[in-house]
Design a protein around this ligand. Structure first.
Ligand SMILES: NC(=O)c1ccc[n+]([C@@H]2O[C@H](COP(=O)([O-])OP(=O)(O)OC[C@H]3O[C@@H](n4cnc5c(N)ncnc54)[C@H](OP(=O)(O)O)[C@@H]3O)[C@@H](O)[C@H]2O)c1
Length: 282
């Protein structure tokens, strides 16, 4: 079995690729620069380049798909079309799509949600047997410099989610375990599964780090993110947090049924925090 992993040089695709290599699978990793984890066969391809993608798909039977930090609807639709066309042509037996977020039931006006809703629909409508795995917010976001500074330095977790909104936080390692299970498990084709552990509020999450919680204004948070990732990505991400602070407050609270169906144990935030060298230590 050869698994093609998109975004293999990135945060989520990299975690998936490493886990599949650990399992002894043949893993080919797509990125534009060719940067992939050790043990992964690198393929330089742009999601916009059908010809390069066709070469990447040669001999591939399974696919782990995640879209990059791109929220332009036309570009995301083209990337998705290209991957699905080449996956169908290659006769892929299972494609696991990670939209990078939970999926609201209807369009929200936030491109980072709406482009992924459209992509998930295209994936499930395609002839390729597919599973959609929807993560909530990643614990790794807390390690971003603009969050970690307050958490590790002052014991204050500043995040743009209102204190009362419950979130079923997930680690990249658990995403990788879920992806492995979805790539190989029976009776999953056509399923859309929400991933995550026990939902908790901001103050409960902060307590897992021995810290205090302070909900921050989305615009302040986006400014910190813009410095590192650019204004377009920051604006896209800010749109999701704005929606979650309003009509979407239950989006990340769904019960952890997806993990159960895949047979994976979700790491608690406290256990995850204990493994971080930078964590707040009183
Ligand atoms: N729920 C959450 O908490 C959360 C947090 C972060 C991100 N996300 C979502 O998760 C998704 C991925 O984020 P990530 O953090 O894993 O991204 P990332 O770390 O930036 O990784 C992106 C990967 O895709 C590759 N890539 C970028 N553009 C490409 C293109 N045009 N063609 C082929 N490969 C390309 C990059 O490598 P090259 O640069 O070498 O091409 C890299 O390997 C996004 O949809 C984002 O919105 C969600």
């Amino acid at each position: 079995m050869t698994v093609l992993v998109f975004g293999a040089g990135g945060a989520q695709g990299g975690a998936v690729a490493r886990r599949l290599v650990e399992e002894g699978l043949a893993v080919r990793g797509v990125s534009r620069t060719g940067a992939v984890p050790e043990g992964v066969e690198p393929v330089r391809a742009d999601l916009g380049d059908r010809g390069r993608l066709r070469e990447a798909f040669a001999g591939v039977t399974r696919v782990s798909m995640v879209l990059p930090l791109e929220y332009d609807p036309g570009r995301v639709a083209a990337y998705t079309r290209n991957v699905l066309a080449e996956a169908a042509a290659a006769g892929v037996a299972r494609l696991v799509f990670n939209p990078g977020n939970r999926l609201p039931r209807a369009d929200t006006g936030a491109a980072a949600f709406d482009t992924r809703r459209a992509a998930a629909r295209a994936v499930l409508d395609s002839p390729v047997p597919a599973v959609v795995l929807c993560p909530p917010i990643y614990l790794e976001n807390l390690a971003a410099p603009w969050v970690r500074r307050g958490l590790a330095g002052e014991g204050v977790l500043r995040y743009p989610v209102p204190a009362s909104v419950p979130v079923a936080w997930l680690s990249h390692a658990d995403l990788a375990a879920a992806t492995l299970a979805a790539l190989t498990g029976d009776d999953l084709a056509g399923a859309t599964l929400d991933l995550g552990g026990e939902p908790m509020t901001g103050p409960e999450l902060a307590a897992a780090f021995g810290a205090r919680y302070k909900a921050v204004d989305v615009e302040v948070f986006a400014a910190g993110m813009a410095a590192a990732l650019g204004p377009d990505v920051a604006a896209g991400v800010a749109g999701t947090y704005r929606w979650v602070a309003g009509p979407g407050r239950e989006l990340y609270a769904a019960s952890p049924g997806g993990a159960k169906r895949l047979g994976i144990e979700v790491t608690s935030p406290a256990d995850w925090a204990a493994g971080q060298a930078w964590r707040w230590q009183r």
